[in-house]
Design a protein around this ligand. Sequence first.
Ligand SMILES: Nc1nc2c(c(=O)[nH]1)N[C@H]1C(S)=C(S)[C@@H](COP(=O)(O)O)O[C@H]1N2
Ligand SMILES: [Mo]
Length: 178
Amino acid sequence: MLKTILTGLVSAALLAPAPAWADPAPARENMSHALAVKGMVTTPLTLTVAGLRQLPPANGGELAVTRHNGDKAETITSYRGVRLRDILDKAVLDAPGHNDAKKIAIIATATDGYAVVFSWGELYNSPAGEGVIVYYEKNGKALDDSDGEIALISAKDIRTGPRHVKWLNGIEVRKLVE
Ligand SMILES: Nc1nc2c(c(=O)[nH]1)N[C@H]1C(S)=C(S)[C@@H](COP(=O)(O)O)O[C@H]1N2
Ligand SMILES: [Mo]
């Protein structure tokens, strides 16, 4: 009797769809092991954490990650990474014409399909650019399953959640306008 009930409960649990409150992201499978820099660049790159460590470090202190509605997702105590601008400069934007760079969008993508957009003007010619950082350490440690191995933060955004890209694996440079 008890066995029948238990077996029933176990199979119900296995068959039932995940409840809405469950974390939808299977974090462990999402881990990003490398960052591909591609598109309109003269030198496409594949950077692992070891490769990112070779670039000039950019550190940040306490930062609240806030969702679009203002709720707090987490508070980061410190982070260490590389400015997205420095990564793009290493790959070299393929924008030879006087006005080419101004038409460029930079798309940051994650292993789960999440993607956010920056513009050249924002990264290179606005105060926001300083705070756009690809990071590989959080609170003094390597990133774990919840957002690792590589992630991105736009520290000067009003709400930092939307452009906090966990499991970052791609930076694509695209010219949007001919
Ligand atoms: N890879 C990836 N990063 C992501 C998301 C996502 O779905 N996938 N959600 C974003 C959103 S909308 C917010 S508000 C923050 C905080 O998300 P959390 O609520 O999962 O902590 O992470 C952001 N980063
Ligand atoms: Mo969000």
